[in-house]
Design a protein around this ligand. Structure first.
Ligand code: ADP
Length: 551
């Protein structure tokens, strides 16, 4: 028998564990949700592999999760007969944190005090076991392999791996939690059942509960695919539970979309718009949050099913037509998947438009959370740009609080106003106070105030809305003269008077090549002067943003 080998945790894991153990978490319950989710993933992975190699299921083809409480031993065990782990898998999975964004997550955990809401989103789920346990044993045997392994740790900086004894599962993983003093309640069936009902009833694998050693298992969740049920059989609560398990978030969905497409391609979709932004939303990888199933079998969660700007939508697409035995590459290129992508994206788009139309207040919250992402579509999703212009909401000089649509802007055009004016910058407060707006205010012309980084990009490529071009107020001569002054505004002089002409000549001489021109303007009402970009050159705000990004 080999001696147990002890290895240190990666530094980030130690940091994470320290935070888990030493912070007070209001929602300790989530450890079970995390372990159940891992067990369900392990079952789904095996189910997928078994499509190619049926022998992996052996004589135990019914995949399931078994949760066993032992009040006397003060343990709680979460077992699955899924894929299992070998020695290398164990060391990779339960000693390191592979995911991108983990450091950002750790920083947030540190700041927030109560980070339990953040844990599920970052793939650090397993380690949440140390919130309730002072020792965790993982005994596991990988499907198709003969060796079994035991991983064990008290969460204090290192773990051990050694060959497991005869009590190892025939296949799959058993996670044994030796519950700490404050967490004894979790050794009872009642607490387990409550948590599974609240957080785990939507996992796509059945869950059995053993309340005391020696008792027969009792099924507490059926593992039925909620998306395959008719809407009438699904309650709001079921939707909310499933949303939390599929998204790893703790909020309620802002929008639930559940439908079945029939006709040329048949598929079911259950998708959600969260009410609070997921943490990794602006991760440069722009990863989607939709899972692909084929006839209830999990295929992948990293195939892009929606355009990048819809990456805040999470959920499931289950196709009835895709062949099960395709490789990922073949699936990616399949015309069926292409059609599904288009169908799902169009439907999400129309659901958003419907919400914006029918329930503007609810929509306003969605826009507040995801507007900056939705606007990415304005420069990369040409097909849907018209629809996106309908969805977009803006802060403007007349409505700095935001919520203005382009349709409203265009309805309120001033006489002779021919363009949609905008001002780009990185700071909303500074935009509001910009001297560039003075002449526009004097004429009652509304100006879009664009302060999201993405704004600088889409305005460059947008041709116009309803025949009105987008124009920057900082660019070239703003031909405002044709627009009548608003009531009470002072009329600027038409021709520069003699003293003004003298000043202009003096400034041109002094500034020399530093400027292209110095000219009188009707765009200012209070400030003496402002810098403008040439008509054809890049926008001032864009120049500044590009400079900030080192380009
Ligand atoms: P995540 O589940 O988000 O990947 P976790 O920290 O919860 O993050 O788990 C890390 C990894 O450990 C998983 O990705 C998986 O490879 C492995 N793992 C955890 N639990 C199990 C299990 N019950 N069966 C097989 N592998 C598991």
């Amino acid at each position: 028998q080999t001696r147990a080998e002890s290895r240190p945790f990666e530094a980030d894991v130690s940091r994470l564990l320290h935070l888990m153990v030493h912070s007070v978490y209001s929602e300790r319950d989530i450890f079970l949700r995390e372990l159940v989710a891992n067990a369900a993933d392990a079952c789904e992975k095996l189910r997928t592999l078994a499509l190619q190699d049926h022998a992996l299921l052996g004589n135990d083809p019914d995949l399931r999760i078994t949760i066993a409480a032992d009040p006397d031993a003060k343990t709680l065990t979460v077992a699955d007969n899924g894929i299992g782990m070998n020695r290398d898998d164990l060391a990779d999975a339960l000693g390191t944190i592979a995911r991108s964004g983990t450091r950002a997550f750790l920083d947030q955990l540190g700041e927030q005090g109560d980070g339990s809401r953040l844990i599920g989103q970052f793939g650090v789920g397993f380690y949440s076991a140390f919130m309730v346990a002072d020792r965790v044993d993982v005994v596991t045997r990988k499907a198709g392999e003969s060796a079994a392994w035991r991983w064990s740790s008290d969460g204090q900086g290192s773990y051990t791996i050694e060959p497991a004894g005869d009590d190892a599962p025939a296949r799959g993983t058993r996670v044994v939690l030796h519950l700490n003093e404050q967490s004894q309640e979790f050794a009872g069936g009642a607490a387990v059942e409550r948590i599974v009902r609240e957080h785990g009833s939507a996992v796509p694998v059945p869950i059995d509960l053993v309340e005391k050693p020696g008792e027969a298992p009792r099924r507490i969740a059926d593992g039925a695919a909620i998306w395959a049920k008719p809407k009438s059989e699904v309650s709001e609560e079921d939707y909310a539970n499933f949303y939390q398990s599929v998204s790893g978030q703790f909020d309620a969905p802002a929008l639930t979309m559940h439908w079945r497409a029939e006709g040329r391609h048949e598929y079911s979709v259950l998708a959600f718009v969260p009410s609070t932004p997921p943490l990794a939303l602006f991760d440069p990888l722009r990863k989607g949050r939709m899972k692909l199933y084929v006839r209830r079998i999990f295929i992948a969660d990293d195939i892009d099913l929606l355009p990048g700007w819809m990456r805040f939508v999470s959920g499931v697409v289950d196709s009835a037509d895709l062949p099960l035995n395709l490789s990922r590459e073949t699936i990616q290129e399949s015309p069926i998947l292409g059609a599904i992508r288009k169908g799902v994206a169009n439907r999400v788009m129309s659901e958003l438009e419907k919400l914006a139309d029918k329930e503007p207040e609810r929509y306003a919250k969605v826009w507040e959370a995801f507007g900056a992402v939705i606007k990415e579509g304005l420069y990369e999703d040409y097909e849907r740009r018209d629809g996106l212009f309908k969805l977009a909401r803006f802060a403007t000089s007349a409505h700095p609080e935001g919520g203005r649509s382009l349709a409203q802007y265009v309805t309120d055009l001033r006489p002779n106003q021919t363009a949609i004016w905008y001002l780009v910058g990185d700071d909303a407060a500074r935009l509001k106070a910009s001297p560039h707006l003075e002449g526009f205010r004097a004429r009652g012309v509304e100006v879009l105030l664009l302060s999201d980084p993405v704004d600088a990009f889409w305005v460059q490529t947008a041709v116009g809305y309803e025949g009105k071009p987008f124009r920057s107020v900082t660019q070239g001569a703003a031909d405002l003269d044709a627009v009548p002054l608003a009531e009470g505004a002072a009329a600027p002089a038409a021709e520069p008077s003699a003293p003004v002409a003298t000043v202009l000549a003096f400034m041109k001489e002094k500034l020399g090549d530093a400027v292209a021109d110095v000219r009188p303007s009707t765009r200012l009402a209070e400030s003496p002067a402002c810098l403008v970009a040439a008509e054809a050159g890049p926008d001032r705000g864009l120049e500044r943003i590009l400079a900030a990004h080192g380009r």
